[in-house]
Design a protein around this ligand. Structure first.
Ligand code: AMP
Ligand code: GLY
Length: 423
């Protein structure tokens, strides 16, 4: 079968590598992909937001199945367009992708169906928002309603910061239309857990849990990034927490989406905070997480393509989805300077032997058989092992063998998870 993956990051490389193991796939394309993905799939320079271009390519090349991985094409209706052209897809339709592309929609859904989340108010009027933060408890959290490249959330520890965030989103339009509506919500605290789940709209199967490390520097210092590393499983996601999440969050969410006439098929990402009052939803994403996917899929024992097709065909309950009982760690090598200005075009040499691990390429191009950095997050070095401690040590050992003079990584990925396991 001919399969097409839409996207160009480390997440898409992990999806491509997992799909490549499927005996049923004879041709694998990635649009647009990158220099590293090109070693595992045929990459074609059609942008992930070029919905017409993607559909045209799929039809012309008689693609049998498509996986739409990033948020933008999902929010733009890539799945609807591919389906209309006769191509079955993994990923939600536009009317279900709204669970990520509108934070106000997500909050109202949770409120209506009693799904635990932070208390909130929605504003479309800047004056009302500014009045509200004169009185609300501080710290508070200001969020742009729409997609904002992961930058639309401000944790304000003073009223002045909250006011500034509101003005920047609603008046200066720092995120364009995405900030015309905002959510101001209660500040919650507790460890964070990411849970990705396969769902066909009726059945939901959570994957192994994971922990992201969002800040640029060790000890969770420095600026927020797209994610500097991940580990799986997440020790805070105990069996008791998992069953509470299933009962109070996961199943109620897919039932709510169905009841609203927006059945969700694909990978639903639950960003959770384990508060003293139990797990609460911080955010939903309508897709696989990045870099969560880079630790979750290496632990998937079942054939990814079989599971994906079961999701699309509404028969997930009949398909086993099994994970390895071990652990995984992914260390991101980023360009020095990221998440602010950084240089591109620096040469990278990967080790000859990955020692059982994987190196997922997020931001690099290939020229004359050599890789050159081409983004902020450049590589995701992943290792699996029977224990988290071993996985972390092996991932750092492998990362140490990559030659990338302009690269940096955090040195403490997994430290917090290991400490929590000792408590
Ligand atoms: P988001 O883009 O919604 O994932 O938010 C980015 C990060 O902001 C989350 O991973 C949390 O660390 C933090 N955050 C978001 N909402 C809240 C909240 N209500 N309370 C505390 N932290 C939050
Ligand atoms: N790692 C967070 C995300 O994928 O949104």
């Amino acid at each position: 079968m001919k399969v097409l993956v839409v996207g160009s990051g480390g997440r898409e490389h992990a999806i491509v590598k997992a799909l490549k193991k499927s005996p049923e796939i004879t041709e694998l394309y990635c649009l647009p992909g990158n220099g590293g993905i090109a070693r595992d799939a045929v990459c074609v320079p059609i942008g992930a937001k070029d919905i017409d271009g993607i559909v045209k390519f799929a039809v012309e090349h008689r693609v049998d199945y498509a996986v739409v991985a990033p948020d933008d094409p999902l929010a733009l209706g890539a799945v609807d367009a591919l389906n209309a052209a006769g191509v079955p897809c993994f990923g939600p339709r536009k009317n279900a992708a709204v669970i990520e592309s509108s934070k106000a929609f997500a909050k109202e859904l949770m409120h209506k169906y009693g799904i635990p989340t932070a208390q909130y108010r929605i504003f479309t009027d800047v004056g009302e928002a500014l009045d509200y933060v004169k009185e609300c408890p501080i710290p508070t959290v200001v969020k742009a309603d729409g997609l904002a490249l992961g930058k639309g959330v401000v944790i304000a520890s003073t009223r002045e910061e909250a006011e500034e965030a509101i003005k920047s989103m609603m008046v200066d339009k720092a995120f364009g239309h995405s900030g015309e509506k905002i959510v101001v919500e209660e500040f919650l605290s507790g460890p964070e857990v990411s849970v990705l789940a396969f769902t066909d709209g009726e059945t939901l199967v959570p994957m192994v849990s994971s922990m992201d490390h969002k800040r640029a520097l060790d000890n969770d210092e420095g600026l927020n990034t797209g994610g500097m590393g991940t580990v799986a499983p997440n020790p805070y996601y105990t069996e008791a927490v998992a069953s509470e999440c299933m009962e109070r969050i996961f199943l109620p969410t897919i039932r709510a989406m169905k009841a609203e006439g927006r059945p969700f098929q694909g990978c639903l990402y639950f960003g959770l905070m384990i508060t003293k009052d139990g797990p609460k939803v911080i955010e939903y994403n309508c897709r696989f997480g990045d870099p969560e996917t880079q630790v979750v899929l290496p632990l998937l024992k079942s054939d990814l393509f079989t599971v994906m097709r079961a999701v699309t065909e509404g028969r997930l309950k009949d398909v086993p989805v099994e994970f390895d009982s071990g652990a995984a760690c992914c260390v991101i090598l980023a360009s020095k300077g990221y998440p602010q200005a950084y240089e591109k075009g620096c040469p990278i040499t990967l080790p000859a032997d990955y020692e059982g691990g994987e190196i997922y390429v997020a931001g690099a191009r290939e020229q004359d058989g050599k890789l050159y950095s081409d983004g902020g997050r450049v590589l995701g070095v992943t290792q699996t092992a029977p224990t988290l401690q071993e996985a972390v040590a092996k991932a750092y050992a492998l990362a140490g063998k990559v030659e990338f003079a302009n690269g940096y990584c955090r040195t403490d990925i997994g430290r917090r998870a290991l400490a929590a396991m000792e408590d």
